[in-house]
Design a binder for this molecule. Sequence first.
Ligand code: NIG
Ligand code: FE
Length: 404
Amino acid sequence: MNKLKGYAQISQLATLKGVAEKDGRKPLKEDLSIIENGAIVFNEDKILWVGSSDDIPTKYMDIKWESLKGKTLTPELVDSHTHLVFGGNRSQEYSMRLNGATYADIAKAGGGILSTMKMTNEATEEELYTSASERIKQLRSYGVGTIEIKSGYGLNIEREVLCSKIIDRLKKDFYPQVQIFNTFMAAHAIPKEFASGRDYIDAVVLPALNEVVKTVEIDAVDIFHEEGYFSTDDVCYLFDYCKTLGLKLKTHADEFKDNQGAALAAKYECLSTDHLLCSSKEGIKALAQSKTVATILPGTGFFLGKPQSDARSMIDTGAKVAIASDYNPGSCHCDNLLLIASIAAPNLGLTQAELWSGITFNAAAALGLYDQGAITVGNKPRFSIFNVPSLDEITYNWGKNYAL
Ligand code: NIG
Ligand code: FE
């Protein structure tokens, strides 16, 4: 039976109703639509009622109620960009970077993504599954309940297929406590034996994709659109094929250089395009005029000691902006989305409303999830609860974990 449940006396219930009404664009403080002393009624599938604890309809009086006095409830935190299936670690590269080497220098010397590829290929399936499970549990402990996971450290047919299958296993095993979104990203780097991105796509990416889709539900396909990785032609070649399979698309774009990646992602109606550190004004405008979410990954900028994306212009121009961790062993070995967002807000000039839209409503949209991200009737009952009485206290206490 689909039982009714209610939370009452919620000190602050941040519904983000106003954010949803604006489709996540230019969110203002009042769009957080905070209800003091709030209450909600829901069943397993849906939110049925939202309001003040003083106005609970009589028909819901006898259901199972729980008091959330002193606590804050928000739409569920969504980490819409992680690479958390990997073997080994790259702590040595971190110290090389502190000694002056750049991420690009290390990659050119065969380190970077290719060194994680080696360690991922050396690990057993069970080791990869177990380490990824531990990472997911850690994210869940911060209140993150929806997580996108990309494959992309296998970089040969057999291992890429295996990594997508591991993500599929995790998806089934963790649902519904954690909702996992499976992104296929074999086009993450080009192993040395291939002369070009196109050769590698033909030899590995397409055969692996064709194999994976036979047994695994792939939620999106991603590609690293960047000089030294995959060119604009490579992106179009892969995406035109993905379209024939009806797959949704994402890109890593304009991270080190403006490749007009933002505009290309908008043209392909990608769910999101991520990084965008070097995107041009035209690229940002193209995103603002599209449904493609602009996902910023401030943790990567912090960890690589690089300038940040111009999130202020993106929001002011009208783009939907999400914030994600980019949790991975190389460019951002930090799994804590709220910590990243709390540090990013004052440094990128973001307001609380923009921060919260970025890690809930817009992050859900970056995964094509349009029935969560705001606490409104009919939406999925996916929320995060924090053991502090106000939204402001969550991010003010940056680095502390109040998630329940
Ligand atoms: O999003 N930019 C490409 N991929 C990852 C980095 C992966 C790695 O360094 O292992 C990113 O930053
Ligand atoms: Fe990434």
